[in-house]
Design a protein around this ligand. Structure first.
Ligand SMILES: Cc1cc2nc3c(=O)[nH]c(=O)nc-3n(C[C@H](O)[C@H](O)[C@H](O)COP(=O)(O)OP(=O)(O)OC[C@H]3O[C@@H](n4cnc5c(N)ncnc54)[C@H](O)[C@@H]3O)c2cc1C
Length: 454
């Protein structure tokens, strides 16, 4: 029977970063599995901020370079640093953020990059040997096998399962498409790292039959996005948008906010101009209103939200011009890091299995911290597993539990802070709170954290 030291479920950014962290620390008997049937160009643009990049550097310096190399170029020669503007409904600037790597590096000791989820995944995946990454393995259950001192990971390979519906670009030709029609398979590992995202199957498996069973599924965060790209805009409206809103920027957030009051409940329109105009509307919406809504209904809901919040005519017109074929919606879910009522401790691990990334604490992307926090998890957990390996504690369940608890002790209170900031957006409400947040998050010193834990 082959027993891996570690099986990582999920080859998203956090699973891959964990694998790189383990290999960097000499743990090579590992396997990564993913349900995907092909690595495809899926997903949104993700901003990696100083804390996430610092974590990646610690995980594996080559990963840091690889990620930087595939980031979307922000600076054009001879041009000032691009900027993300925040404007009120009258088009007045209330806040602005420079987007270039160098600006952030100067301020926080580490830079900032924007990168597509797919390029992030690919750049990390290509640093791992091909044979340790197995696609078309959907984990359906995990089971502790105390007689073998390991966990069994049951998987299904099923060619009839559709690929990710968000995939709309070409496939990666480097990876062979699976031909299997239907097969069940089990892998065994001393430890399982669950990096299978917000709808984590492993989380469900470890929470079922416990007092946390109602925390197995993610909860709707009350917020959702309605978005559209490639909108055809008449030239007069285009000029109006450029003069009143974009100025020199290509991305901006417009909302009913003032310098001192950026409210979460009010809808916000992120408008971008990348060759053509597109928008993302973030609003507090009942889940039932958007689930199964037709494309035209989504346009109607977005228009009504802007109307209710008093958005000016030209922005309502942009939404009305949306092409139904390009309309999408996305409800945002959350796994709360802390359970307040009833006050009982949640746990991110059970026995030999531990949760990381969105599987542990997925949340809406309003402060752009999902992947960044996941990279912090990857660093902390690979450091802890390294300690288990160094002390040859693979069969010492008490030592394993203690290591996972140390990881959680460091990560959970910080995640509570990040989720609070995400849901209330308090750092944008005053200069003082913004300073406090940037100091705590972007200037985060991971040296001491890793030092303490090693
Ligand atoms: C619109 C949007 C914008 C965002 N912007 C930012 C941002 O600017 N900055 C930021 O830091 N974060 C951002 N995020 C969040 C970020 O994308 C996530 O936090 C991050 O991708 C989480 O990584 P992960 O590896 O934990 O999970 P995922 O990226 O979800 O990866 C999970 C992997 O597990 C696989 N999987 C799932 N179930 C199974 C199973 N049963 N068996 C096997 N494999 C399985 C999936 O196929 C997938 O490959 C954004 C998210 C969204 C939706």
């Amino acid at each position: 029977m082959n027993i891996y030291d570690v099986v990582i479920v999920g080859t998203g950014p956090v699973g891959l970063a964990t694998a790189l962290g383990l290999r960097q620390r000499g743990i090579e008997n590992i396997l990564l599995i993913d349900q995907t049937r092909a690595f495809r160009k899926v997903g949104q643009v993700v901003d990696l901020l100083p804390n996430g990049l610092k974590a990646i550097k610690y995980i594996n310096p080559n990963a840091y370079e690889a990620v930087k190399n595939v980031a979307i170029p922000q600076n054009q020669p001879q041009k000032p640093s691009p900027v993300w503007l925040y404007k009120d409904l009258q088009g007045k600037n209330v806040h602005s953020t420079y987007l270039s790597f160098d600006d952030w590096f100067e301020k926080y000791g580490e830079g900032r990059v924007s990168i597509t989820w797919y390029n992030l995944q690919t750049s990390l995946r290509k640093l791992l040997p091909k044979n340790i990454v197995k696609i078309n393995n959907r984990c359906v259950n995990i089971q502790e096998e105390s007689e073998n001192n390991c966990v069994r990971i049951d998987c299904v390979s099923d060619a009839s399962v559709n690929n990710n519906p968000y995939a709309y670009w070409e496939e990666d030709k480097d990876v062979e498409a699976p031909t299997i029609q239907f097969e069940t398979k089990s892998f065994r590992a001393k430890l399982v790292v669950a990096a299978d995202g917000i709808n984590s199957t492993v989380r469900k498996a470890i929470y079922q039959d416990t007092s946390h069973s109602d925390f197995a599924q993610p909860e709707y965060s009350k917020f959702a996005a309605i978005f559209c790209r490639d909108i055809e805009i008449p030239s007069q409206l285009q000029t109006q948008l450029e003069e009143k809103y974009f100025s020199e920027a290509s991305i901006l957030t417009i909302g009913n906010h003032t310098v001192h009051n950026i409210s979460t409940e009010n809808p916000r329109l992120i408008l971008f101009s990348r060759g053509s105009i597109g928008y993302i509307l973030h609003a507090a919406l009942p889940l039932e209103s958007i689930q199964n809504a037709s494309e035209n209904a989504l346009i109607e809901i977005a228009s009504q939200e802007l109307e209710k919040a008093g958005f000016p005519e030209e922005l309502k017109q942009v939404v009305r011009l949306s092409s139904p074929a390009n309309m999408q919606q996305r409800p945002y879910y959350i796994h709360h890091a802390v359970r307040h009522s009833p006050a009982s401790e949640l746990t991110w691990s059970l026995g030999r299995t531990v949760l990381v990334g969105d599987a542990a604490h997925g949340m809406p992307p309003f402060m752009a911290q999902g992947a960044n926090q996941g990279f912090e998890d990857a660093l902390f957990i690979s450091t802890q597993i390294h300690k288990i390996a160094q002390n040859n504690n693979w069969d010492d369940i008490k030592a394993i539990t203690e290591s996972f608890q140390i990881y959680e002790k460091y990560r959970r209170p910080f995640m509570e802070y990040i989720q609070h900031a995400t849901l209330t957006r308090f750092p944008l409400s005053s200069y003082k709170l913004s300073e406090e947040y940037t100091k705590k998050v972007y200037c985060r010193n991971l040296d001491s954290a890793v030092g303490i834990m090693v």
